[in-house]
Unconditional design. Structure first.
Lengths: 156, 722
């Protein structure tokens, strides 16, 4: 039995401790917004926040996740899609097929939490998720827009 | 202005399902509107309008990111004159379509055909619904329909000023006579179509709510992972099911067919873990000696073969090329590519002895249905397919429905329980329907003033249609091989006027399954042609733009897109220090495209700074989505140009995942400037054509930077050092 804190909710989950966090989220917790893309932490579709840091969940066994560590998935990023990154994504209509976008959004939110004004180099270094539809330029623009909107709001 | 004659039968079938109400059956609509509808308020097959004025537009083509749900809905809504803010969409099922005499037309979503091949009948669907709504209001008001006008989902009786909403008259409208003559709007008058509207399907993709095939959950559902013999043509000799049968959650180990075995378990992770532990002995079959070198040798032989199938032939290229003219020759090659959709292949099936249902992200719902019926061994009427959004398609999810057959086969082991099959990424990469391999030898004659007097393009390599069509196997002729190189036609008209032109194909089919890969054969054909034209310009010491201008003199649409990118990129002005430029143009998927690339090469490393791309697709239904398609096409095309290759060793693909199958990421993405220049006189596609100019524009710029011709793709295998 593993105890996990997922989106602020404590859950006791009866599963093989070697099961990757991704599959616990998808199959035991029923949170399918986090996607399976490669299984080897290469593509980033499975990105969630672990204590606020973007983490690829497909190759992380839950035995390595402590009961007090806060796991946040796309479903828990905001209640209603109101996170500044989600709002910027909406404003620029970023997704195409959308499959990689939850991972992109989680990676972007994590980047902005540590780097409120990311440069192109910051974005290149931190957003290494794969998108096969080709949304990269709009992802970049949306990250910058989210940064601006947050900064404007703080000036408020 | 288009006046269309409708198939009355189609629309009658459409309206008949609105509850079996006979035409002329009269219900005063204000009363009707207050009642909870007992039947779906379907005006016709395309349009359902609820009493709250919500408009549901039915779209048969699949949404895989390309925006077709939004674009086709714009076309329906334009003619319907409804309130765009109240529009939602739904997929009709393939089974429902068959029951209604295929009222929604083709479900096939590929070849950039979504808009260009269905624009007319979806607009007719919207226009017919609008006329029926007007007829309903006019009937109720007892006024001539001609005195009524529509806007934004409201019908107005102009003389009296009375108004009524679509939702209030929808049920009555369904009973109105089906119009047989429709006048479609002139695109000049479009208010919804042609506008850069946001997509209809964005919100759920930002919150994790969008359900893809892999996300489906059904009561009692089991999960499966599958493994096929990694060597093409290999089979299963044996496996030891007992070794894993006690692993957690395992329900059954199933040999799916001669080549593959699956584990069905409570969860996918359990199924996959058990499958990974399953001892399997393969009979690797006859292809273990096949590798990339042997395939290359097979194709090289075809370059010189006596026998070849004629594509385009004008004049007598052979004799000019064997004469005294200056001859330039080069050989290019293009490797296997995997689609690598972000969502791996999957399907969910529910089987009982008298019914089979499948839920699947598919580019062709009808092909999925046929596969389901075949695998279930049931009549097609007893099967149904529910389409789900695709996490990428790119051609992989159209013709090849093996995941559907596999899921049904597994579901037959558990009658009454749904089984969801998800391929691992490794399975996806090892068992693709790969972009085929070809090589091309180009040979041209140049006269003393730099005119191309003859050109021979010999393509040697694989046919996508060979496994699919008997006539291709019988004749050895695959017309798709010549995409972009045809003497006219929507699938790629050759733009250059060369007095002696010979384009032929020596079919060589290695034992690696080929498939339609976004852009298909236009990709490498454009690369061969446009890189070689650049070589000829260089040999003739003529600027590559001027060289093409002269050759394109008889094809103004080809030339216009090229001129547009040249002007935008500033071709006539020097580039910034260290920046070098390349150009390419082609016509395919019904559209004319060109690209200009700006690159720099430092320490043998290519950096692509900027792409300017122009497209003339005839009409643009949503410029914002067309722009996204063009941007995306460069990610797909440049991934292939820079890194993409599936190499073969021992009869199997070497790359199993994204660690070895490299694709473009954020840091490699250039700025893309999109020019849309619809000429208004035809309908072309936008999802694919610009992929084809991505590679050659960049490679021509790399030549400008380094003096090195990259003829063997991908670029990463070439040294750019001194």
């Amino acid at each position: 039995m593993a105890r996990l804190n997922i989106n602020g909710e404590i859950r006791d989950i009866d599963v093989d401790p070697e099961t990757p966090l991704l599959w616990v989220l998808r199959e035991q917790a029923g949170l399918t917004g986090t996607k399976f893309g490669c299984g080897i932490a290469q593509c980033g579709a499975c990105t969630v926040h672990l204590d606020g840091v973007a983490t690829r969940s497909c190759a992380l066994p839950i035995s390595a996740v402590g009961p007090t560590q806060q796991i946040v998935t796309i479903e828990g990023l905001s209640e209603d899609g109101s996170h500044p990154v989600q709002q910027a994504w909406l404003e620029l209509d970023v997704p195409q097929c959308g499959y990689c976008q939850a991972g992109m959004i989680m990676a972007a939110a994590s980047l902005l939490s540590t780097t409120p004004k990311p440069t192109d180099e910051d974005i290149n270094a931190e957003i290494t998720n794969i998108c096969r539809c080709g949304t990269y330029n709009r992802v970049r623009a949306a990250i910058k827009l989210a940064a601006e909107n947050v900064s404007e709001a703080q000036k408020g | 202005m288009t006046v269309a004659t409708l198939s009355r039968r189609n629309f009658l079938i459409g309206t008949a399902a609105a509850g079996g109400l006979s035409l002329g059956f009269y219900v005063p609509f204000p009363v009707e509107a207050q009642e909870k509808p007992t039947v779906l308020p379907e005006v016709n097959a395309w349009v359902v309008i609820h009493p709250d004025d919500t408009v549901v537009i039915r779209i048969a083509r699949s949404e895989m990111g390309q925006g077709t749900l939004t674009g086709l809905s714009q076309l329906v809504a334009e003619e319907l004159e409804c309130d765009w803010l109240k529009v939602t969409t739904e997929y009709p099922t393939p089974g429902e379509s068959l029951r209604r005499n295929r009222v929604w037309g083709s479900f096939s979503t590929g070849g950039s055909r979504g808009i260009r091949e269905s624009h007319e009948y979806v607009r007719q669907g919207g226009a017919a619904a609008r006329q029926m709504l007007v007829a309903a209001a006019a009937t109720f008001w007892k006024v001539p329909a001609a005195e009524c006008s529509t806007a934004n989902g409201i019908i107005t009786h102009n003389p009296s000023g009375r108004t009524v909403t679509y939702g209030a008259v929808a049920s009555l409208a369904a009973q109105m006579p089906v119009p047989t003559q429709l006048t479609l709007k002139d695109p000049k008058d479009w208010k919804i179509a042609g506008k850069p509207l946001p997509r209809l399907d964005t919100r759920d993709k930002l919150t994790g709510k969008q359900v893809y095939g892999v996300d489906l959950s059904l009561p009692g559902m089991l999960n499966a992972s599958i493994k096929a013999c990694p060597v093409f043509g290999g089979k299963i000799r044996s496996f030891d099911a007992a070794a894993i049968s006690t692993m957690p959650g395992v329900r059954k180990v199933v040999q799916v067919d001669q080549t593959s075995v699956a584990v069905v378990a409570d969860t996918w992770w359990q199924a996959h873990s058990a499958l990974s532990a399953l001892p399997i002995v393969w009979d690797e079959g006859p292809n273990t000696g096949v590798n990339s070198d042997s395939i290359a040798a097979m194709l090289e032989e075809g370059l010189d073969a006596e026998e070849a199938v004629l594509g385009t032939s004008i004049g007598d290229a052979g004799s000019v090329l064997s004469g005294n003219a200056k001859i330039v020759s080069a050989t290019y090659s293009f490797p296997y590519q995997a689609h690598a959709t972000m969502e791996p292949m999957n399907a969910t099936a529910l089987y009982t002895p008298d019914k089979c249902e499948v839920w699947v992200p598919t580019q062709n719902g009808e092909a999925s249905l046929a596969a389901a019926a075949q695998a279930a061994g049931l009549p097609i009427e007893d099967c149904e397919v529910h389409k789900l959004h695709l996490g990428g398609g790119f051609g992989r999810r159209g013709n090849y429905q093996e995941y559907v057959r596999q899921a049904v086969r597994l579901a037959k082991e558990f009658p009454g329980l749904p089984v969801k099959l998800i391929w691992s990424r490794e399975e996806d990469m090892l068992h693709g329907a790969y972009h085929p391999v070809t090589q091309c030898r180009l040979k041209a004659a140049l006269d003393s003033t730099g005119n191309v007097t003859a050109l021979h393009m010999r393509i040697s390599g694989q046919s996508i249609l060979w496994p699919l069509r008997a006539e291709v196997r019988e004749t050895g002729r695959d017309p798709a091989v010549f995409q972009g190189l045809n003497d006219g036609g929507a699938e790629g008209a050759f733009g250059y006027t060369i007095p002696n032109l010979l384009i032929d194909h020596a079919m060589r089919n290695p034992p690696v399954p080929p498939g339609f890969w976004r852009g298909v054969n236009l990709n490498q054909n454009a690369l061969y042609l446009e890189c070689f034209i650049d070589e000829l310009a260089h040999e003739a010491r003529i600027d590559p733009l001027d060289f093409r201008r002269k050759l394109l003199v008889n094809h103004p649409k080809h030339l216009a897109v090229l001129e547009a990118v040249a002007e935008r990129v500033g071709w006539e002005r020097p580039a910034d220090t260290g920046i070098h430029r390349g150009l390419a143009q082609i016509m395919g998927f019904g559209s004319y495209v060109a690209a200009a690339a700006e690159v720099s090469v430092t320490d043998s490393q290519v950096k692509i700074h900027r792409i300017v791309a122009a497209t003339n697709p005839g009409h643009v239904v949503n410029p914002a989505q067309a722009e996204r398609q063009v941007e995306g096409s460069f990610v797909y095309g440049l991934s292939a140009c820079l890194f993409g290759e599936c190499t073969i060793t021992g009869g199997r693909v070497e790359q199993e995942n994204f660690d070895t199958y490299e694709v473009m990421r954020m840091d490699q993405m250039p700025a893309v400037e999109t020019i849309l220049m619809p000429s208004g006189d035809f309908w072309g596609g936008v999802g694919e054509p610009t992929i084809a100019v991505a590679g050659p524009a960049v490679l021509n710029a790399v030549f400008a930077a380094t003096g090195k011709r990259i003829r063997k793709l991908p670029l990463k295998n070439n040294s750019l050092g001194a």
